[in-house]
Write a protein that binds this ligand. Sequence first.
Ligand SMILES: [Fe+2]
Ligand SMILES: [Fe+2]
Length: 179
Amino acid sequence: MEKWLAAWKKEYLNCIQPLLRRKEIRSMKQYRHHLDTDGFCHCMHVSCMMYMVCKLFRWDYKAAARAGLLHDFFLYDWHDYFKQTHSPFHLFTHAGVALNNANRYFVLTNREQDMIKNHMWPVTVFLPKYKETYLLTIIDKICSILEIFQWLFSKIRSNLYNVGKTLVGFIGIVQKTFD
Ligand SMILES: [Fe+2]
Ligand SMILES: [Fe+2]
């Protein structure tokens, strides 16, 4: 099992290595995406999951890993965009911006372009052309939900810790009055 996982990891990294070499890709780290998750981290989650599922189904796992990493390559904080414009258009336009950026820095296959361009379907109207694109629309949403839950659980855990600390402190004070 360990040997098999190590082989997958090596193959996955080989797929995305040329993309990771570009500083523009790594610069996604500076933009907040979902709560505590930055753009780079979100794209890595999607890329990793896309690779694993496509590998299991014997689909185009290389395109899946690459397009997963590039699907939200829009290089701005969409929260700022929303604050400045008060418009929800980012939802409909960011896939096109990501595709333009991706085409500027990399040579993409038709399948990879379709995956980036139509990853917001059915929010956007054009139907995906490839099965990997349909998968990306699902995995992107699953990762987004998991990232929101991860933030929620970390908040609940830190609040529970604070409540516990206060209770223990209070019990200590009460005990001291009886000493
Ligand atoms: Fe997106
Ligand atoms: Fe996304």
